[in-house]
Design a protein around this ligand. Structure first.
Ligand code: BTN
Length: 323
């Protein structure tokens, strides 16, 4: 009922609506209406109430409650179920728990903050409360293990395209899936897979976007490497709208991908966002000694093709590159 009342208040936010009128439409007592208003206020909605006149919605909170995200979310598969936590250890960890039981393809987990947010290579992912986007998608695509890199590549492209379009900025993708703004990282993606050789049980795609971080939110090790949309655009950005936009674009790419749409077009777009083709780079893979070479291309399966300094040509499906 709370959500329906909220929708009604939103549709009529230009006027006061009396408690009696609301209690008639929703067929509950005026005391029940009053309780809903108190609950909404507790969630950060500003509602003006005037004796003998009624209630008026003044403003929405800057939180990411599922019903806020879902209202006007036009997707086929992604975000039909959204789990929201004001605070959680890690959205990827929660997705892993969900995957132990039956789940729908495309469930979404969103957090206001994460106490143990994780990045690639077991790094910490800082998650200041209500300043960033911390989100995981729980998927069960019918694809083979070899195609997972493609999935991570088009996730990066979907986020990149959605952000460019919505925020009006130019972004760069650092293979495989870091997104950079003015050469500093604003988004990282952590893909975790479970399955057997020939069958994938689930894929968790977790991404973190530094949306409204201030400079003080980055520690000394990150200050020169990372930035936020707010810092670069000098404007507080709407996290809810950004999430809606990303989920919509991702949903489309995911549908096309599952329907066997050719990956070539995605790859072409992805390459156009990369700036390291023909550049000399160093690639590190876990505990191995870093190796250097010149980037030749990205293969159709999403691997980075490098001409190594010893003249050999190698393909890497994962790793971390630096210039
Ligand atoms: C990276 O660049 O190292 C990947 C960072 C991924 C961070 C996100 S935030 C939401 C999700 N939950 C996590 O614990 N990590 C991912």
């Amino acid at each position: 009922m709370k959500e329906s009342i909220l929708e009604y208040l939103k549709e009529n936010d230009d006027k006061y609506i009396s408690g009696e009128y609301l209690s008639n439409i929703f067929n509950v007592s005026r005391a029940a209406i009053w309780k809903v208003m108190k609950r909404l206020e507790g969630e950060g909605y500003i509602i003006e109430s005037k004796t003998k006149v009624g209630y008026k919605l003044i403003s929405l909170p800057d939180t990411l409650h599922p019903y806020e995200i879902k209202s006007s979310l036009d997707t086929k598969r992604i975000g039909k179920t959204i789990h929201y936590f004001e605070e959680i250890s890690s959205t990827n960890d929660y997705a892993k728990k969900l995957a132990q039981n039956a789940f729908e393809d495309g469930e979404v987990i969103i957090a206001g903050t994460q106490k143990s947010g994780r990045g690639r290579f077991s790094r910490e992912w800082i998650s200041p409360p209500n300043k960033g986007i911390y989100i995981s998608l729980l998927l069960k695509p019918q694809i083979s293990f070899e195609n997972i890199t493609q999935l991570t590549l088009f996730t990066a492209l979907a986020i990149c395209n959605a952000l460019e379009e919505y925020v009006g900025i130019n972004l760069e993708i650092k293979w495989p899936n870091d997104i950079l703004l003015n050469s500093k990282k604003i988004c990282g993606i952590l893909t975790e897979i479970s399955g057997e050789v020939d069958k994938i049980n689930h894929v968790i795609i977790g991404f973190g976007i530094n949306v409204n971080f201030d400079k003080v939110d980055f520690d000394d090790t990150l200050k020169n490497k990372a930035t936020s949309l707010k810092i670069e655009t000098s404007k507080t950005q709407d996290r809810k709208k950004i999430i809606q936009h990303i989920l919509t674009v991702f949903d489309k790419y995911y549908e096309d991908y599952l329907n066997g749409e050719n990956f070539e077009n995605i790859l072409k777009q992805y390459k156009s966002k990369m700036t390291i083709i023909e550049k000399n780079i160093v690639i590190s893979i876990h505990n191995n000694t870093p190796a250097s070479g010149t980037v030749i291309d990205i293969t159709n399966s999403g691997a980075l093709k490098i001409k190594m300094s010893d003249g050999s040509v190698k393909e890497f499906l994962s790793g971390e590159i630096s210039l």
